[in-house]
Design a protein around this ligand. Structure first.
Ligand SMILES: [Zn+2]
Length: 150
């Protein structure tokens, strides 16, 4: 998490979103949001569930799934599918907007941030006269074997 005051901005956005969409403002929903913003890694439902238990939050899996759907809809959280059939979640603010490389041999997920991606977006927006809201970019890769002359 960047800092307390920046998390308050996120909380406020979530509050507005919940109110505008007629969702209840339960403490569990805010706790789940906070947990995702505190985490530096990609979380799946299982890891998120155990983190909630560690912090003595008794949430059901149904609540977790339901809240995650709301968080995705509010655009405060991003969902990823990294090759296996598991969904991963991460914050979409204050994380320096990155993209992912999925290592298909090891299952490892690498993050990168390249200004070229922003350039491409700008060009596409101009050429097609559109505004890009979000994007998803995944590279699927395998590690190069060490060559002898290295
Ligand atoms: Zn990521």
């Amino acid at each position: 998490m960047a800092c307390i005051s920046s998390f308050n901005i996120i909380k406020d956005r979530f509050t507005v979103f919940l109110e505008e969409n007629g969702h209840r403002k339960t403490p569990e929903r805010y706790a789940i949001l906070e947990q995702i913003y505190k985490s530096e890694e990609h979380l799946n439902v299982d890891t998120l569930f155990s983190k909630m238990i560690e912090e003595n939050y008794r949430v059901s899996r149904a609540t977790l799934y339901n809240t995650l759907d709301i968080l995705i809809e509010s655009r405060l959280v991003r969902r990823h599918q990294f090759g296996d059939n598991v969904a991963y979640y991460e914050k979409s603010f204050f994380d320096g907007k990155h993209d992912h490389i999925i290592m298909t041999d090891t299952g490892e997920v690498l993050e990168f941030s390249d200004p070229m991606v922003q350039e491409i977006k700008k060009t596409i927006e101009e050429v097609f006269d559109v505004s890009i809201d979000t994007h998803s970019l995944y590279f699927y890769a395998t590690k190069n074997e060490k060559s002898d002359n290295e």
